[in-house]
Design a protein around this ligand. Structure first.
Ligand SMILES: *Cc1c(COP(=O)(O)O)cnc(C)c1O
Length: 333
């Protein structure tokens, strides 16, 4: 099949850099694993993050279909919603965000600051929905309502995670593979947050295509390993189906659900430690919902000896720092 079209939103390639001070901080008997970071917090558009890459495919399809409005869903502090709002603005489209009030026990900042604030600056129309609704029904209703008004909506699923959006992370893995090769780095492990699953799925498909021979460890931010695994493996199959290709040798699906804590968007002590550790050793901001928990997973794998001192691990930074402003109470003494 012909390759799906893309538009340009991201500044690529994103940096790939070594984190020696973090490695030293996690060393046992003076030796820590070699830790590298793929900086997709630096995709450069609208505060950066992983959804920018996915939107290069998704918005291209929306434009091709003649859409005039992007519609998507997420939590109040969805990074995906923020990046979608900006991508709509950049392409002269309207944007409707269906944001669910699904994260309990948060402070006032959660509903006024961070991504929520940025969504409004990007000019999106926000519809705030109570928790617990039927997401598919809500989405269908919003799309048919817009159509009835004469609009041409294009619906993007939560996290941009369908086969088309996930393809962007197959590309991203191939970008990383090229950087690692140029730097002479052999990668043993990739650690990435797993939310709606498209990022993890695309990376797995890329590792399979490139024959990289490294392990891909997803750290779930919301679901059990079984639930997240079913979503990710379904998306990997969807990527191959979209391209009409046969899936070859399968790389093992590994999802760690030990960092979820009380649930999606709920802080944990290990997340707070990880955010502060990376900020204070490397001057790099993680986020409270995704990369903070994924880095907590990496720290636990190193401390537990699963990632050994002679190994190389790449942490995939997927962005999200605007979310820090929604959680000020968590990081203030
Ligand atoms: C959406 C998001 C993720 C998770 O990516 P998925 O493709 O949804 O699994 C990770 N980190 C950040 C900062 C995100 O916004």
């Amino acid at each position: 099949m012909t390759r799906p079209e893309t538009i340009r939103l991201a500044l690529l390639p994103t940096p790939f850099e070594q984190l020696p001070r973090l490695s030293q901080a996690l060393a046992r008997e003076d030796k820590g694993p070699s830790i590298w970071m793929k900086r997709d917090d630096c995709t450069g558009f609208a505060g950066g993050g992983n959804k920018v890459r996915k939107l290069e495919y998704l918005v291209a399809e929306a434009l091709k279909q003649g859409a005039d409005t992007l519609v998507t869903m997420g939590a109040i502090q969805s990074n995906h919603a923020r990046q979608t709002a900006a991508a709509a603005a950049r392409n002269g489209l309207a944007c409707v965000l269906l944001l669910t009030d699904s994260v309990a026990n948060r402070s006032e900042s959660y509903r006024t600051n961070g991504n929520w604030l940025l969504d409004q600056i990007f000019g999106a129309e926000i519809r705030l929905l109570p928790a617990g609704g039927d997401a598919t029904a809500i989405a269908n209703e919003a799309v048919s309502g817009l159509t009835a008004q004469g609009k041409r909506p294009y619906f993007i699923p939560v996290g941009g995670s369908n086969a088309l959006g996930s393809l962007a992370y197959r590309d991203a893995l191939l970008e990383l593979a090229g950087q690692a090769k140029a730097d002479g780095i052999g990668i043993d492990h990739i650690v990435v947050p797993t939310g709606s699953g498209g990022t993890h799925a695309g990376i797995l498909a890329g590792v399979e295509d490139a024959g990289l021979g490294c392990r891909v460890r997803g750290v779930s931010v919301s679901r059990s390993s079984e639930q997240a695994g079913a979503i990710v493996s379904g998306l990997v199959n969807d990527i191959y189906a979209l391209e009409g290709r046969q899936r070859g040798q399968q790389v093992a699906l590994e999802i760690d659900d030990s960092q979820v804590g009380p649930g999606y968007g709920q802080p944990t002590p290990a997340m707070i430690e990880a955010v502060e550790l990376v900020a204070r050793t490397e001057g790099i901001l993680l986020d409270p919902v995704y990369t903070g928990k994924a880095m907590a997973g990496l720290v636990a794998l190193v401390r537990g000896g699963t990632i050994g001192p002679d190994e190389t691990v790449v942490f995939w930074h997927t962005g999200g720092a605007p979310g820090l402003y929604a959680y000020p109470e968590v990081f203030q003494g």
